[in-house]
Each structure stands twice: as C-alpha cells, then as structure tokens.
Design a protein around this ligand. Structure first.
Ligand code: NAG
Ligand code: NAG
Ligand code: NAG
Ligand code: NAG
Ligand code: NAG
Ligand code: NAG
Ligand code: NAG
Length: 914
C-alpha cells in the first residue's frame, strides 16, 4: 500500500472517531519514577486486586510482592508520599472481578480500566466511593447493566468515559448533577432513552468541554427549547440517534466555543437552519446520513474556521453556495450522495487548503474548468464520480495539485484523452470508467500508469494495441474498450486484471505461459469476450494465486487440461461460450473452494461427472448448451449451497431428481452473515470489487446478471429430454425465484401446492405433456410475473386471480382443454364443451409479452425482490453502496444483509436516485 493510502486512512479515521480524544489530550500524565518506596497498604490492596483479575496474558507479571509497587507496570505513585495515585490498566483482555480493595487506595485519582473484558458484569458500585478520583475510564470494557447512581458522588471527577460498553443503560441521569467538575463525558452506546431531560442535565456542567452521546437511543433534541447554553462545550457528538425532527434553533447559541459537531445518522429532517452557521468557531461539522432537505444555506460562508464539512447522504438540493469560497481553512469537503444540482461555483477553486473534495452522486450540471481548481494546490483527493459534469480543461492545463486519489467515474471527460493526467506523479488510484474517452492512449500513458496502484478505464472507447510493456498496476480494469492485439505482459505486482469485452486476439497460451520474475500474484483474471484462440495451456503452475478465472466468450478450443485442477484457490471458473470439448477432468475436484462453474456453450458431449458433488461450496453450476447427456445425477442435491442450477439445452434424459429438499440454499433464506458465502461471486479490494457475471434466461430472454446475482435462485432444466413427472417435492424450494422446465417430455400434473413457493417470479412449463388442472394455489404466487404453460395438455378453468389473468393469452395457448380468461375460450358446462372448439391462431412462441418487464403495468405487488432486482441491475447503485462503505465508517457499515436493506431504504426514499 502506497503512502497516499495511509494518508487517506489517517484522514478519515482521525476525523471520524470522537473516540480518539485521548486522556493525554487533556491531562499531563505523571511518569516519574521516584525513589520513594510504595505505601505498604496500597501495595497489599493492589495485590488483592490482582488476585481477583484474570490475566491470561500476564500483563500484570511485574506486580510482585518483592518489588516496589511504584515501579509496577501501570502504577504511578506520588513521589513524596509513596501513595498510589494512578492505575493505567487499559490492557486488552483483563477480566474477572474488580476487588473492593481498590477503596484502600485513598489517593487514587486516575483509574483506567478501558479496553478490557469484564464479561458483561455491572460496573462496581463501590467506584462511587473513590472520592479522590478525577479520571475514570471504563471505555470498551464490556460492562453491562444499569450505570450506578453512586458515580454521582465523585465530585472531583473531571473525566468520565463509559462509552462503547456492550449494554449499559440509565433509568435517569439526575444523579449526575453532583459531577460538577466534569470536563469530559463519554457515554456513547449507553442507552439513555429513559431520561427525557438529558439535555437540561448535560448543559448544567459549567466546565464540560467534550460530550459524546453517540448511539444513545436518544429520540428528541427537544426542539421546543428556546435556548440551550453549554457554557464551555468544544466537542459534541450526538450521532447515530433517532431524532426524527428538524435541527432545533437552539443549536445556534449552543456554545460560543464549539469546535466540533457530529450529528450524522440521526434521522434529522427539514432544512439546515442558517443559524447553525452562527457557531462561528466551528471547525468540524458532520450532518451526513440524515434526511435534510432544501438548500445549503448561503451563510455557510460564515464558518471561517471550518476545516471539515460532511453533508453526504441527504436529500439536499440546489447549488453549492458560492460563499463556500470564504471557507479558507477548509480541508475536507464532502457533499456527495445528495440531490444537489445547478453548476459548481468557481469559488470552490479558492479553497487553498483543500485536501479532499467529494461531490459524487449529485446532479450538478455544466462543467468544471481550470478556474474551479485555480488555488487548490494542496488537493490530494478528488471525487466527482457519477455526476453529469463535463470536465472541460485545456489539453495543456497544468493543474496546481498533485493528486493521489481521483475518481471521475461516469463524468464527461472525453472524447479527448485527459492529457493533464500526465502532470500527476503521485497517483495511487485513478478511476475513469464510463467517461467517454476515446481514441488511442498517448504514448506516455502505459509507462505512466505502471506506477499507479489502481486503474479503472472500463467502458470507454479507447483504441489500439496495448504496447509490449509490462503492466504493473495492482488493480487494472480495461474492460469494454476497443483494445486489440496480443494480450500484454504482466509484472509480478498485478493482482486483478480485467480485459473483458475488448478485441484482443491471438493464442492464449502465449499469455498464460509468460514467465515472470517473481511469483505471479494474479487473483482475478478476466479476459472474456475477446478473440483469443487456441488451447488452454499447461502453464497453470504460474497462476497458483488465481481465485477468479474467466476465459469465456473467446474462440478457445481443445480440452480442459488436467493441470487446471492445480488452482486450488479457485472460487470461480468460467469457460463458457468457447469450443472446448472432451472430459471435464476430475482433477477439478481438488479445487474445493469452487463456488461458481460456468462451462456452458461448449461441446463436451459427456455425462455430468458424479464427482461434481464433491465441490460442496458450489453456488452456481451452469452447464447450459454443452451437449451433456445421460441422467441428472441424483446426488446433485448434496450441493446444499447451490442457488443457480442451469442445465438447459442439453440432451439430458431420465427423471428430475426428487431430492431437492436437500439443497438448503433454495429451501431456507440466507442467514444474516450471508456475505461469507459469496466470495465466489465477488472479489473485493480497496475502492471497488470484481463481480462475476452470468447469462441466465430467467423469463424467456437471456439476461446478464451481475450485481444482483446473489439474489437469484434459479433452476433451469429446459430443452432436454427429461421425462417422468415434476417431483412433488419441488415445492419445498421456498426460496426459488426462477423455475424453467420447459421443452422436455414431462407428464403428470403440476404439484398441487406449488402456491407455497412464494418467491417464484417466473415459471415456464411450456412444451411438455403436462396435464390436469392448473392448481388453484398458483394464484397465491404474488410475485409471479412470468408464466408460460403453453403447449401442454392442461384442462379446466384457469384459476381466477389478478396475476393469472394478467398474462398474455399466448402463455396458455396449445392446451385445447383449457378455458377461462385470459383465453378467449369461455368455460362452459361440460355438455356443450366437445362441440365448441376455440379457434386459436398460431403464435410465435418466443414473442415478447408485455408482461415481461415485471408486470408492473398490470399492477403486481412489487416485493422485495422486484425492487432489489431492479436496482441492483444498475451498476451505479452498487457503486454508491461501495463507495459509501469504503470511504466512511466502514467499521460501522459492515456489509451484512441488514446494511443492504439499509441501503435499499435509502434508495427507495429516493436519496440516491439519479
Ligand atoms: C532519590 O535518588 C536520588 C538519586 O537517584 C537522590 O539524589 C535522592 O537523594 C534520593 N532521595 C531519597 C529521598 O532517597
Ligand atoms: C515529583 O513529582 C513532581 C510532579 O509530579 C515533579 O515536579 C518533581 O520533580 C518530582 N520529584 C522527584 C524527586 O522526582
Ligand atoms: C493506555 O492509555 C494510554 C493513554 O492514557 C496510552 O498511552 C497507552 O498506550 C494505553 N495502553 C494500551 C495497552 O492501550
Ligand atoms: C452562556 O453562558 C455563559 C456563562 O454563563 C455566558 O458567558 C455566555 O454568554 C452564554 N452564551 C450565550 C449565547 O448566551
Ligand atoms: C434543482 O432541482 C430543483 C428541484 O429538485 C429544481 O426546482 C431546480 O430548478 C433545479 N435547479 C437547477 C439549476 O437545475
Ligand atoms: C511497479 O509497481 C511498484 C509498486 O507496486 C513500483 O514500486 C514500481 O516502481 C513499479 N514499476 C514500474 C516499472 O513502474
Ligand atoms: C362457442 O364459442 C364461441 C366463441 O369461441 C362462443 O361465442 C359460443 O357462444 C360458444 N358456444 C357455446 C355453445 O357456448
């Protein structure tokens, strides 16, 4: 990792974590070693304390009877009296019981037990009798339960930190009124919601300088209060609460000395009151991730001392006020993920101290030119991604800055190559996908990028050969351009290489068999959809780090070499759409981490190998259109993580296995920590990820799945020679979304209780010999938006429901005995039936029905999947999510399903909408 990466993290971490206020910020720490020996009573008290504590790591090994206790680790004494005054036991892993012997330490004024693990026990009440304490630090020590009122007796206390414990709460805070000397108070993550008067109580401490009430379950800032005056407050964090109202007016006179204010993630609504910018000393302001709307007030320019401003993830609209140019101290300006529009003021270019600026995912229009950057000599990080801005600078522009991080994804930069980039010598990350750049890359370009860690030029129109140089970037994405010629050589630094969707040609073996000086570290190689030729070589020994390999969509021929099985780290293997034939070598069963196999659209003409069930991690198995014959192995159901099984368009015969209930991934919903399963669909790295993609035919049409692949559960056995009936057991696949059994020789009925497969969106049973009535339970499938039952022998009335009637009649054609809407044939009493034949015109089987697109127009309920599917199809959303996770609070927004839902909430409420 380069230097700039470190800088980046320093920046974001230091600024985001109020927890980094350390004790030493405030108080001098005595560390003098005196030759006055330790008070015997204190020593015995400490030895008793030690006996109660569990100390598996022997951090207290210096605490021995025959040593002076003043030289024990973590102990400080008064150098005249030999009494113990300070205990610094902020070691991780101390636990056990805190002995009441501490009370013997009558002169103890500093007690630090932070970052230990007291196993969710209550805070000892006797701490409230240690009257000499000035500093009590129990941060992150895993205490639980009621915060003891007795602590209110510590009238000398200046520093009190009870933050980051697992489960602390208060019934009220009135006991705190005794803490009149308090300067620092950290209660973050303690549950304070029972104290409605918390604000009045907190504002009465005359010397309180730092207050952290982040994530305290507070639900009101008491907007009706006219006036709140924290006399000496300098730092205030009220983030991660749920206020659900506007920013109260009293904020404007909260404290004349306030330097830092954090209110992110607190469900604040309404406009940003201009008066909040009366806090004239403010240096740091974070209002991100709320529901603040309206414009950014022009009075922003009053905050002359502002260094850091974060307004991301709000529905703010309108322009950036031009008064922003007055913020001469500004270093970090984060305005992305809003609905801001209008043009970007040129006064932005006056912020000569600016280090990082992000206006990504906004609706700004017009252009950015030289003036917008005129004085930005200190700029290191520029993020204008996913804005409709035109980056309009002269080809000979020499910017005043040396950037380290630049993200201009989806900006209008082209068609000309951005030559100013050549002046940048410290870049670590360069993201220019979807930016309209075309033509040939200039000659300096390839040498120049070899020093850049992460480069993404995907989805442009860049042409020409990649010259015969070593590619050296750790992450290099050139997908979807017009590159041609031989594949380039790689240095030993490359880890992710995506050259898909270009016009590279020539034998793949030259590339695969290139020797590198050091061991090849490539983890992701995607050269799919080019014009590569020849056989897969036997050079896999150079590629032992590979995790994702995609060689699909080329003209590769020959057999799969046995040596491919040496890639034991492999999680996904795509060889689809080539001309590969022969056996699938059993050596592949050594690749036990494989989660995705896509070898469809080749010419294997073999049976499905039985050993495939040894690949117990498989999520996706796509063997489509590859001449497979014989039966579907019964034990395929041992693949309990399987989510996508596509065996369509082969010559498979025999029955459909009836063991499906063992494929638990299709039976049960994902567990909370599901993301661990998806390593094979996604490779994440700093500032991005590589996503697997897969062609599926979910609703009669081929669609590429990428972002939303992990939401799909699909079985496609269509166009084979399968016989027998549809196993009744199939209906336990509660999570199945797409089911296609069409174009086989299936007979019998549709299982009666198919209606319990609530997630089904698409069913295709067409062109079989299925018979009987359509089960009435099918009308319970409320997400169903594609159904094809045509050309079977179904009979009777189509059950009435909104859905089943809303499909095009074509989807029921070819069943002479079937009647009722939407078919023109009425259901009539049995007597006349045989004499009345409906005249059904011939229809083109594959014609597109209007209900294809989600049936939105016909009023289906749009459920979770519908919304999800729609949104995640779009690369943009995912990027939004990623960026947010990556450059902010990543410790907090872990990528669990909960967080995905959180994002969806945002998307639904139109926050990120484009
Ligand atoms: C402490 O030690 C210092 C030198 O190490 C000596 O000058 C001083 O006299 C000693 N004081 C006492 C009280 O022993
Ligand atoms: C004792 O401590 C005080 C401050 O705590 C310091 O100024 C003084 O020099 C120390 N004296 C000795 C002998 O270490
Ligand atoms: C304990 O806290 C002090 C600051 O009060 C710090 O310097 C020291 O590194 C901490 N020790 C541990 C083990 O975290
Ligand atoms: C807040 O109180 C302090 C001390 O009582 C006082 O000096 C200051 O002027 C007050 N602030 C406001 C805005 O009234
Ligand atoms: C910005 O958006 C608002 C609505 O969100 C619209 O009324 C206004 O005209 C837009 N301004 C510009 C300059 O596009
Ligand atoms: C290749 O990249 C490494 C860092 O990943 C860098 O130290 C080295 O200078 C680069 N080599 C060339 C030829 O640019
Ligand atoms: C036969 O079907 C036609 C429409 O296809 C309908 O108009 C007619 O009434 C039907 N005859 C009987 C006897 O139901």
């Amino acid at each position: 990792m380069g230097a700039s990466f470190t800088t980046h993290h320093v920046l974001f971490l230091v600024w985001f974590f109020p927890a980094t206020f350390s004790l030493s910020f405030f108080f001098f720490k005595a560390e003098s070693i005196s030759n006055v020996s330790c008070n015997e009573k204190d020593k015995q008290a400490l030895l008793t304390l030690k006996r109660g504590l569990t100390d598996h790591e022997h951090v207290l090994s210096s605490w021995s009877d025959h040593k002076d206790c003043c030289i024990w680790d973590g102990v400080s004494c008064d150098n005249k009296t030999g009494r113990v005054t300070e205990l610094h036991l902020n070691y991780s892993r101390l636990g056990g019981e805190i002995s009441g012997s501490l009370l013997q330490l009558e002169h103890l004024n500093y007690l630090d037990l932070s970052n230990n693990d007291f196993n969710c026990t209550p805070i000892p009440t006797f701490l409230g009798s240690m009257y000499s304490l000035t500093d009590l630090d129990l941060l992150g020590a895993n205490f639980c339960g009621l915060i003891p009122h007795q602590l209110g007796n510590l009238s000398r206390l200046r520093y009190l930190s009870l933050g980051s414990n697992s489960d602390l709460y208060v019934d009220n805070l009135r006991w705190m009124s005794g803490l009149s000397a308090l300067q620092y108070l950290d209660l973050h993550s303690a549950d304070l919601h029972k104290e409605v008067d918390w604000l009045q109580i907190m504002s009465k401490f005359p010397s309180l300088s730092k207050l952290n009430l982040q994530n305290c379950q507070l639900d009101s800032l008491n907007p009706s209060l006219g006036f709140v005056n924290f006399t000496s407050l300098r730092v205030l964090s009220l983030s991660d609460n749920h206020f659900n109202h506007e920013i109260p007016n009293w904020f404007s006179n909260l404290s004349t000395s306030l330097l830092r204010l954090s209110l992110y993630g607190s469900s604040l609504k309404g406009n940003i009151p201009p008066s909040i910018f009366n806090l004239e000393k403010l240096e740091y302001l974070d209002l991100s991730d709320n529901s603040l709307s309206g414009k950014i007030p022009d009075s922003l320019g009053q905050l002359k001392h502002l260094i850091y401003l974060d307004l991301r993830i709000n529905p703010l609209s309108g322009p950036i006020p031009s008064s922003v140019g007055n913020l001469s101290q500004m270093q970090v300006l984060l305005l992305g993920l809003n609905k801001l529009n209008g043009t970007v003021p040129k006064s932005l270019g006056l912020l000569s101290n600016l280090f990082a600026v992000s206006i990504s995912f906004s609706f700004f229009t017009g252009s950015l030119d030289e003036a917008h950057f005129s004085k930005l000599g200190k700029l290191k990080q520029l993020d204008i991604s996913y804005t409709p801005l035109f980056f309009n600078v002269n080809s000979n522009w020499v910017p005043p800055f040396q950037l380290e991080y630049v993200d201009m994804s989806s900006c209008k930069i082209g068609p000309n190559f951005p030559t100013w980039l050549h002046t940048q010598r410290s870049l670590w990350l360069l993201l220019l996908p979807l930016s309209g750049v075309s033509g040939k890359a200039p000659s300096w370009f390839w040498d120049w990028i070899s020093n850049i860690h992460t480069v993404d030029l995907s989805n442009n129109h860049i042409e020409g050969d990649v010259p015969d140089i070593l590619l050296n970037s750790t992450i290099l994405k050139l997908r979807s351009n017009h590159f041609k010629g031989r594949l380039p050589r790689l240095s030993a630094n490359v880890e992710v290489l995506n050259l898909a969707d270009n016009s590279f040609f020539g034998p793949i073996s030259t590339f695969l068999c290139q020797k590198m000086n050091k061991k090849n570290k490539v983890k992701v190689l995607d050269v799919s959809n080019n014009f590569l030729l020849g056989e897969l070589s036997n050079c896999w020994r150079y590629w032992q780090s590979l995790i994702h390999l995609n060689l699909g969509g080329n003209n590769l021929s020959g057999r799969i070499p046995y040596s491919l099985g040496s890639l034991v780290e492999l999680k996904s293997l795509s060889l689809q759409n080539n001309s590969i034939y022969g056996d699938i070598p059993s050596s592949l069963k050594r690749c036990s981490k494989l989660g995705l196999i896509d070898i469809g659209d080749n010419n294997f003409s073999r049976t499905i190998p039985l050993w495939i069930t040894k690949l117990t991690q498989l999520i996706v198995l796509r063997l489509r259109s590859s001449g497979f014959k014989g039966n579907i192995p019964q034990n395929i159901c041992q693949l309990s993580f399987l989510r996508i099984l596509d065996l369509a368009n082969n010559s498979l015969s025999g029955p459909i296995p009836s063991c499906f209930k063992n494929i638990s991934a299709m039976v049960m919903p994902d567990p909370e920590n599901q993301d661990v399963y998806f390593d094979s669909l996604e490779y994440e790295y700093d500032y991005g990820s590589y996503l697997e993609n897969l062609m599926l035919v979910p609703k009669g049409h081929e669609l590429q799945y990428e972002e939303n692949l992990k939401f799909v559960r699909s079985i496609d056995l269509s166009s084979n020679k399968l016989s027998g009936s549809i196993p009744v057991e199939i209906s336990v696949l509660f999570e199945l979304v797409f089911l296609n059994l069409s174009r086989n020789h299936l007979m019998g009925n549709i299982p009666e209780n198919i209606g319990i497969m609530k997630k089904l969106e698409s069913i295709d049973f067409s062109q079989n010999h299925l018979s009987g009535e359509i089960p009435p339970s099918m009308s319970n499938l409320s997400f169903l938006n594609y159904l094809d039952l045509s050309y079977n022998d179904f009979s009777g009335r189509i059950p009435s429901s909104t859905q089943l009637q809303s499909f095009d009649a074509v989807r029921y054609f070819g069943n002479p005995q079937l009647c009722g809407a939407p078919l023109p044939k009425r259901c009539i009493p049995p007597i006349g039936e045989s004499h009345n034949r409906t005249s059904i015109g011939k229809t083109k089987e594959d014609s597109e029905s209007s209900s294809f697109y989600m049936g939105m127009g016909v009023g289906f309920a749009v459920g979770f999947w519908g919304v999800c599917g729609g949104l995640f199809l779009n690369r943009t959303w995912r990027h939004a999510y990623f960026k947010f996770v990556n450059d902010k609070k990543d410790w907090f927004y872990v990528t669990t399903i909960l967080k995905v839902k959180w994002l969806l909430e945002k998307l639904r409420s139109g926050h990120l909408s484009k």
